[in-house]
Design a protein around this ligand. Structure first.
Ligand code: FBP
Length: 551
């Protein structure tokens, strides 16, 4: 392959992320229990072998005397997040530091790679081309869940066949729930493979009292914030467009809040706030239309509005519509699929819809109706993340402004900032954090732990002070109703309307509607002054203001 490296690629490949002081010499560390409260009986009955394990953090001490070579497998699971390669590299470097005969294999394309035993050996040479790079292309990723008996047995067989000491699963809430299940099953079957999870997702919703941030959030927010800042400046220069920008992030609005704090757009919709106030689509439309009209009165026929990807699930009528459509689409899936055209499919579905659903759909543009009625994921559900909410709001706002006779100078532009935020070069924070997460995973393996998440605390205090920890995954599990069954899941963290990031945003946004207080954070910097390169997200600093140091 002829691939000429750019100067920045070369510099990134050569960059050595600094290590937390505690992770410099791994063999000197000993574990100390963390103070944990274990959850209820139902989780205990599902995880009899791994429930009740103590969380640990590491301190300088005697360390482990014997460090035999280890064979470890690793998987990247779910959506891409910048820094995934560095987790693998941190893990590899640490395994080699413990014992140079240790080996690492990467299962290909996510959990499916373990089920099908598709893998490649990860050597120094292979990894050298991936240090500090974005993406998951080293081994690929996938969204298969290891859920059925058959998949669990196949995964167990793979681990036995390779005689793996450990399997590291780099993933979000679902993948790490899977890690807990695998750890339990492996122990039950007397399989020696330990299972360790690593918290990944740009969405920022895998956090709790132990996990301060998932990796990838920092880079994604910085990339989006740069782009939003650029759009703000364009809006202010051209003075003729209202930009509706949808931001990735699945359900929670953490990315929207962070980007708003960074760029000060005229309006930012927060899904959790919409849900709290039960705001209807009409009320939201009126709010946006009012702002546009107010701005027009002061001769501002432009603006920037941020919309979180998850908004649609929080608007009460939309929630009801999706709840009505999902079972209906699943029930008639085979009949729908047999019809040759979208028109025929819609004609089949329309009479089956309730009157409320029909009335709501009637105000939507054709593309949105098609996305709701015709686009389904492999499980037959509506692809909520593919619905163009930004275009839906443009349509409803335009209709409202037209009704008021104020639409003449309304010139909207729709954007979706999503995939471009997931695979950029990891920011200094993500590159360093991920490398340390990989090293911590190796430490947990070396200390014989299973069913734990690799974790670092004190993230706001600077790399030197980060403390490596292990959190038993069962302690993060709750039971949730999914497809009519109560199943264990790691609870998603939504935006806390009483938390510091939202509080600061709510206070500042008051002046952003009419005044143009745009802020331009610019691109991620990899070299230069420490306060620029090493700046973390405002979310992380604000959350830290509330709850300083855990350890
Ligand atoms: P994870 O939860 O797996 O980290 O994925 C996050 C995400 O990027 C969401 O923000 C987005 O809604 C989704 O993945 C998109 O999924 P896909 O990559 O399958 O289109």
């Amino acid at each position: 392959m002829d691939h000429t490296l750019s100067p920045l690629e070369k510099a990134q490949l050569a960059f050595k992320p600094p290590l937390p002081l505690l992770l410099e010499k791994l063999s000197d560390l000993e574990q100390v229990p963390l103070d944990f409260s274990s959850q209820g009986d139902e989780i205990k009955s599902l995880f009899p072998k791994t429930f009740g394990q103590r969380g640990v953090h590491f301190i300088k001490g005697e360390g482990l005397k014997k460090q035999p070579p280890l064979k470890v497998g690793v998987i990247l699971s779910g959506g891409q997040a910048a820094g995934g390669h560095n987790v693998i590299i941190g893990l590899f470097d640490a395994l080699k530091a413990f014992n140079e005969h240790s080996t690492l294999i990467g299962f290909l394309n996510g959990p499916q790679g373990v089920i099908e035993n598709q893998y490649k050996e990860l050597t120094e040479d292979v990894l050298a081309r991936f240090r500090n790079t974005g993406g998951f292309d080293l081994i690929g990723s996938g969204r298969t869940k290891i859920a059925t008996e058959k998949q669990l047995t196949a995964s167990l067989e793979t681990c036995r066949q390779h005689d793996l000491n450990a399997l590291v699963i780099i993933g979000g809430d679902d993948s790490n729930t899977n890690a807990a299940i695998l750890a339990e099953v492996f122990l039950g079957k007397e399989c020696k493979t330990q299972v360790i999870g690593v918290p990944k997702t740009i969405d920022g919703d895998l956090k709790n009292q132990y996990i301060e941030s998932s990796f990838g959030f920092d880079t994604a927010c910085k990339i989006y914030s740069e782009m939003i800042g650029n759009i703000c400046r364009d809006a202010l220069s051209a003075k003729k467009y209202t930009h509706f920008i949808k931001l990735m992030g699945r359900s929670a609005s953490h990315i929207a809040i962070e980007c708003a704090l960074q760029t000060h757009p005229n309006l930012t919709i927060i899904g959790e706030e919409i849900s709290f106030h039960n705001t209807t689509l009409l009320e939201l439309t009126l709010e946006i239309a009012n702002l546009i009209e107010e701005r027009a009165k002061i001769d501002k026929h432009y603006g920037v509005i941020l919309i979180p990807e998850g908004l649609i699930e929080f608007i009460p009528e939309m929630k009801k519509l999706i709840e009505e459509l999902n079972p209906l689409l699943a029930l008639h899936a085979s009949k729908i699929d047999a019809l040759p055209s979208g028109e025929k499919r819609k004609a089949l579905l329309w009479p089956l819809l309730s009157q409320n659903a029909q009335e709501l759909l009637n105000i939507f543009p054709e593309t949105i109706i098609n996305q709701l009625l015709l686009d389904r994921d492999p499980h037959g559900n509506i692809q909520v993340s593919h619905i163009e909410t930004e275009k839906l709001l443009i349509a409803t706002v335009r209709a409202e402004l037209t009704r008021r006779g104020k639409a003449e100078r309304f010139s909207p532009v729709a954007h979706f900032f999503g995939y471009e935020g997931r695979c950029g070069f990891p920011s200094f924070f993500d590159a360093t954090y991920c490398n340390a997460l990989g090293r911590t995973a190796a430490l947990l393996i070396n200390h014989g732990l299973t069913g734990y998440l690799s974790c670092l605390q004190n993230l706001q205090r600077g790399v030197d002070h980060w403390v490596p920890c292990g959190v038993p995954i069962t302690d993060l599990l709750v039971l949730e109703e999914r497809k009519g069954k109560r199943v264990p899941v790691i609870e998603k963290a939504f935006v806390d309307l009483k938390g510091m990031p939202f509080g600061r945003f709510a206070e500042l946004r008051k002046s952003w509607g009419l005044e143009d207080n745009y802020r331009y954070p610019g691109p991620i910097q990899f070299f230069g002054p420490k306060e620029i390169v090493q700046a973390t997200t405002l979310t992380l600093s604000l959350e830290h203001e509330k709850a300083p140091t855990t350890i």
